[in-house]
Design a protein around this ligand. Structure first.
Ligand SMILES: NC(=O)c1ccc[n+]([C@@H]2O[C@H](COP(=O)([O-])OP(=O)(O)OC[C@H]3O[C@@H](n4cnc5c(N)ncnc54)[C@H](O)[C@@H]3O)[C@@H](O)[C@H]2O)c1
Length: 458
């Protein structure tokens, strides 16, 4: 590969240095390009409730409360300790309950953040939309593919905003990659890959269980919801991701981010066929979900992109140290995303096909070789023989950049202005479905066809 020059692009935010007129690189820890643009008046207040006050509920609420004009008024959870913590952290004035329907009945709540385990997403989202609330629902939008259409229909009927919470859809990094992709810098995409590998117990979802977990402190019946009835089990309650009855496994949980990112960059509606393999290699702790899944999705040619294959992997017992990345490989280059950095290498192919070297020439009679070389020299100039490498492009988002905050800003912007969200129910279903189909394919041990336009299994 020829050596290329590197072109660094860093996003300038409204950091202090800019205010002093210095064109410095944005390296402030909390630079938020969208946050600086939010304009609200006192009448623009949006009152929210959190439903599901677990790990991500805290992250989402923190991000929501950074958006000017957003006020948290109520919290719902099934574990008493989390309701106590909500009051301790966000104020004694909060209305707290174990029953989300009490939240939906309140007139002083405009929007809800649905941060429960996956098997509750569709039920609470549909009920909330019917109750006239705007909904930010965590990914994956649904637990099973066939639940998706009802959510999309409920949003349409309600006229309220529904945004799904895979934040790559609002990410500065993925939207920047989208620009390079649309400019055709890497030629026609032929292949893409995304992996998320982990190697710790927390990474394998063995989160801390509180020391007062009991049927008194937890509404176990409500937790079970539409899942099979079982006696109280704190492990299932706090490690729900590891059980198919409540979670969507590594594919539903993590591939969905990969599909969201890919669809954001390529404007794709999704694959037409999905095949996956799953296995439980290491975390044999009673879970029934796989700890490694690899999936291959075939994307059809559309007006936005070439036909290509997408390879996805999650390995929860990755002795190589873990990590994640997304790469899109085209006929003339590669877009490589790691964390908040994008690297693009691209080139123009030589006009001349090349002759000699590892070729058939040596196997031909000498006189013929000379004749072929002469003809080649006459046909192609020195320039025709060059692979033309462009400058390598490196884009870095500002240090401390948080796509979750941008995703929240976009949600509340839609709530206030009616502007379409970047990740509505259809987008959410088109990202969740291929991820969930990976589970189906691994279980059935066969490829599964999906219609990304009608959003139905074929
Ligand atoms: N976007 C992201 O980056 C991201 C990251 C992590 C998790 N998530 C998603 O967020 C969701 C929650 O994940 P988590 O790690 O916070 O789980 P968690 O177990 O920490 O919290 C889930 C909470 O939901 C509550 N809950 C369950 N059913 C409920 C119901 N019917 N009514 C009220 N509360 C209910 C539980 O009591 C629990 O406290 C999942 O769907 C997950 O996929 C998204």
């Amino acid at each position: 590969m020829a050596t290329t020059r590197r072109k660094f692009i860093r996003t300038l935010g409204t950091s202090g240095s800019l205010l002093f007129g210095l064109p410095a690189l944005a390296d402030a820890t909390q630079v938020q390009t969208l946050l600086s643009k939010v304009r609200v008046t006192a009448n623009d207040k949006v009152r929210i409730a959190l439903i599901g006050s677990g790990i991500i509920g805290h992250y989402d609420t923190a991000a929501a409360m950074k958006v000017p004009g957003v006020e948290l008024v109520a919290v719902c959870d099934l574990y008493q300790g989390r309701l106590d913590r909500a009051k301790e952290k966000w104020g004694n004035h909060l209305f707290v309950t174990r029953n989300y329907k009490e939240i939906l009945a309140r007139k002083d709540i405009d929007a809800v953040l649905v941060c429960t385990c996956d098997h509750w997403h569709d039920h609470i989202t549909i009920d909330a939309l019917k109750a006239g609330k705007h909904v930010y629902c965590e990914k994956p939008m649904v637990h099973h593919v066939d639940e998706g259409q009802a959510v999309v229909a409920a949003q349409k009927a309600s006229g309220k905003v529904l945004q799904i919470g895979s934040q790559s859809a609002s990410s500065l990094v993925f939207l920047e990659a989208q620009k390079y992709f649309k400019q055709g810098l890497i030629g026609d995409v032929t292949y893409a890959e995304a992996f998320t590998d982990r190697n710790s117990a927390n990474g394998a979802w063995l989160y801390t269980i509180p020391n007062d977990a009991s049927p008194k402190t937890i509404d176990w019946d409500m937790f079970l919801g539409d899942a099979p009835k079982l006696p109280f089990d704190p492990v299932r309650f706090f490690h729900w991701r590891n059980y198919k009855a409540y979670g969507t496994g590594v594919a539903g949980d993590l591939f969905v981010h990969s599909f969201t990112g890919l669809h954001t960059i390529t404007s794709s509606l999704g694959p037409k066929q999905v095949y996956a393999l799953g296995a439980l290699n290491y975390w044999k702790d009673g879970r029934d979900a796989y700890d490694i899944v690899t999936g291959i999705s075939q994307y059809p040619k559309t007006e936005n992109h070439n036909a290509f294959q997408f390879f996805t992997r999650v390995n929860l017992a990755d002795g190589a140290g873990g990590g994640s990345s997304t790469r899109l490989i085209g006929t003339e280059g590669v877009i490589d995303l790691r964390g908040n950095t994008i690297t693009i290498k691209h080139f123009k192919r030589p006009v001349a096909p090349g002759i000699g070297g590892y070729d058939s020439m040596e196997s031909f009679p000498k006189a013929m070789q000379e004749q072929l070389l002469k003809e080649y020299d006459q046909k192609y100039s020195a320039d025709d023989r060059k692979t033309k490498w462009a400058d390598e492009i490196v884009f870095e988002a500002p240090k401390g950049y948080d796509s979750r905050l941008d995703h929240m800003i976009n949600f509340f912007e839609s709530v206030r202005t009616g502007k379409p969200t970047l990740e509505d129910g259809s987008f959410g279903l088109r990202a969740a479905a291929p991820a969930l189909i990976c589970n189906l394919s691994a279980e059935k041990k066969k490829a599964i066809d999906w219609d990304p336009v009608t959003m139905k299994l074929v």
